[in-house]
Ligand binder design. Sequence first.
Ligand code: EPU
Length: 422
Amino acid sequence: MDVIVIEGGKPLKGSVTISGAKNSALPIFAATLLAPGEFTLENIPDLMDVRTIIKIITEFGCRVRKNGADGYTVDSTGVNNHEAPYDLVKTMRASCLALGPLVARLGRARVSLPGGCAIGERPIDQHLKGLSALGARIDISHGYVDAHVEGRLVGKHITMDLVTVTGVMNIMMAAALADGQTVIDNAAREPEVTALADFLNAMGANIRGAGTPTIVIEGVRELKPARVTNIADRVEAGTFMAAAAITGGDVDVCGVDPVNVGAISDKLRECGVTVEENGRNIHVRGGERIIPINVTTAPFPGFATDMQAQYMALMSLADGACVITETIFENRFMHVAELRRMGADITVSGKSAHVRGVKKLSGAPVMATDLRASASLAIAALAAEGETTISRVYHLDRGYEHIERKLMSLGATIRRIPGGKP
Ligand code: EPU
């Protein structure tokens, strides 16, 4: 397994262009299952999770071709298989995004239940509640969810028990091809939900209200292929912003909608970081000292759980103490033990981490435990004294395109050792 070695202590300087968003690319690939024909997808990041969703839709009968540097052509004419096997699903929870489109198009979907996950239990009961409200019969046996409908799905008023991003996406995709109107209340407002709704509308769907808590979907008889340019990855952008801040650097984070990183920009400003927006570029300059500021994660437009670990790395060098509260996932503090190995002073009590800023972090061998935890370790390593070796970087590769190339272009000293042997 590859490891990444980072020699810390250099302020990042320069500009970095943000790649396409992983969490909108995945549902966009899933949505191609809804209509036969040839789709053109652009600004798709080259990531492990993207390769996994491509394998999954290929399993269902899509033909996927790379098209230029960051594009794909998906021909979904031959979709005829409705089963996603455990071997594929176990590597990525977002595989369950195939459920809604397949049951809507083929009347049947059999997808292995995703198991537990490093950051929490992550059930999919809300996905299933929604599909069942639309008329799908749901059976769970032998570790698989089997969703089945005779004829077409039928629109319904659905109130989500909690805010779920992929849950709303699944229901929205299924409802796009249902008979009649579906209303989803208490819907997730994440930009990736809006991006998916825009793509579905380009396919001929009739969806309004995405980005608000109430989404209204007028079902249509059929959808057609479309072309889409994926949005930029707000979590990658936020990660580079935090990296610029912790190293006292000066970085232009380019190509991202500032509204989508509004909560992180606001928080960084409170911490004494200069954050200036200029169109789709965000200029970030680290301050003299890092001011400790509490944060509580929340669904969009609140502070994203996907930025909690990176923010904690920054707070570990703050001039004082703060509390970071995680409200979305029950086990998303696994980076704490690794940050402590680098000299951070953090204790966890229930949903909150108490971070007492230290004067310096020191490089150490650490282990990535999930995607955003590994980003947090990389950020801490950039500011630490000496060398940090991060193992299990396949987690990082699931969500950050060309991470070492991008960091190197900003002046970081970073190298990957394939297979982990120095
Ligand atoms: N939940 C349920 N039942 C459900 C669905 C969700 O109880 O049926 C709970 C979850 O266990 C969690 C909360 O609701 O406690 C929110 O989960 P959500 O469904 O919103 O998460 P997700 O859709 O599985 C997406 C992103 C995650 C991101 C979360 C929250 C994708 C592919 N994944 O996951 O991204 O953390 O929303 O914003 O879109 C990442 O990129 O590193 C990542 C984990």
